[in-house]
Design a protein around this ligand. Structure first.
Ligand SMILES: *Cc1c(COP(=O)(O)O)cnc(C)c1O
Length: 379
């Protein structure tokens, strides 16, 4: 396991400023100048190696990239303007017309959109599979398959995919394997060490950690990330603003302090939910009662604050009333910041109104449990 505390707090960047500031300098600049024509000539040869223009590289952005690469145990990372741009660029960099992708049917909804609706415009096809089923994944692979796109634990149901075996399968068929590791963060899961080729994150969640910034990142080998830099990042311009990157690096300094708190509180909330007679199902793979616990604890060393549950009631109005009664859980999308949040799936998928997603924030877990208890009492 990596030593996160050192990686996020070591002042490895003091060379950036002669004044040796304790907070990271913010290079809010669009371009960099050269001392001579010859220096510019050398710089322009390979934009990935120089500070030419902030659509390519910027020192504040690189600081985040180097830290995430270190945490994930990857050779190189590239920060993007959003998680979805990191996902889209990773997939796009691997495919051309008439290629095929295998994509987990549990993946983030916009990753599914990119793999199907978006890429179908360019003649790339997709098969969605239950990636917890290795046989189903192998069956879905075709001669023209180039990418195996995964997310573990998966969105909403938080089911766990066997990453080492899926990585081996991808290698056997010469596919690029990509895993969305947003839920576990680089602190608790490192898919590259399991043989996965590329890891993507939404930095808008725990890396930023304060619900005040959007960002994304891709981590992997120099060859793969370098290719994404040249073929998608630079020409399309999925650039993170330096201040966006600055906020992410600031958030990351407390990642190893925040995550254990989210994890401990989520376990306490799960204990309450497992005991409640209003609840039919709890989805949190790092709880010992979860059917995914054994595989989950082989692949992850901890859990985050995101879980979902199914209430026993199927009464949409009652469920809506219960969610409206919550005081500490604010109603909204996204997660990963200080605050507890609730997302009832009845707003988007009426076929399963009982499924509710909770983000367990950094408030006192006892107060969060009392709040859930008073709200669910109407069910
Ligand atoms: C939020 C999220 C994304 C998308 O990230 P953005 O930063 O919102 O573009 C991708 N994957 C997962 C698992 C997410 O939760």
């Amino acid at each position: 396991m990596n030593n996160a505390a050192n990686i996020v707090t070591d002042d490895a960047y003091e060379f950036l400023s002669v004044e040796r500031p304790v907070a990271a300098p913010l290079y809010q600049t669009s371009l960099f100048t050269y001392p001579s024509v010859d220096a510019l000539r050398q710089g322009i040869k390979d934009e990935s190696l120089t500070h030419l223009y902030s659509r390519g590289n910027n020192p504040t952005v690189e600081q985040v990239e180097d830290r995430i690469a270190a945490l994930e145990g990857g050779e190189q990372a590239k920060l993007f303007s959003a998680g979805v741009s990191a996902i889209a660029s990773s997939i796009l960099s691997c495919v051309k017309q008439n290629d095929h992708i295998v994509c987990s049917n549990d993946s983030y909804v916009w990753a599914q959109y990119i793999s199907s609706t978006y890429l179908s415009r360019f003649g790339v096809s997709v098969t969605f599979v239950d990636a917890t089923d290795l046989e189903a994944v192998e069956k879905a692979i075709q001669k023209n398959t180039k990418v195996l796109y995964l997310e573990s634990p998966g969105s909403m149901q938080l089911r766990v995919q066997n990453l080492p075996r899926l990585a081996a399968l991808a290698k056997a068929y010469k596919l690029t394997s990509i895993v969305d590791n947003t839920w576990a963060t680089p602190l608790y899961q490192n898919p590259l060490a399991m043989g996965i080729d590329l890891v993507v994150h939404s930095a808008s969640k725990y890396l930023g950690g304060h619900s005040d910034v959007i960002g994304g990142v891709v981590v992997g080998s120099k060859a793969l990330v370098g290719r994404i830099f040249k073929t998608e990042f630079l020409p399309i311009g999925h650039v993170p603003d330096p201040f966006q990157a600055w906020l992410i690096q600031r958030g990351m300094r407390t990642l190893h302090v925040r995550l254990p708190f989210h994890y401990a509180s989520a376990l306490k909330v799960c204990d309450y939910l497992y005991d409640s007679n209003k609840i039919a199902k709890v989805n949190y793979p790092m709880h010992p009662k979860s059917p995914w616990y054994s595989l989950a604890s082989e692949q992850m060393t901890g859990g985050s604050g995101l879980l979902s549950l199914e209430v026993k009631s199927k009464d949409v109005q009652k469920i809506e009333e219960a969610v409206d009664r919550l005081k500490m859980f604010r109603i909204g999308v996204s997660w990963g910041g200080y605050e507890s949040l609730v997302f009832p799936t009845l707003v988007s998928s009426p076929n399963n109104p009982s499924l509710i997603r909770l983000h367990i924030g950094l408030e006192d877990p006892k107060s969060l449990i009392s709040d859930l208890d008073q709200a669910f009492s109407v069910l």
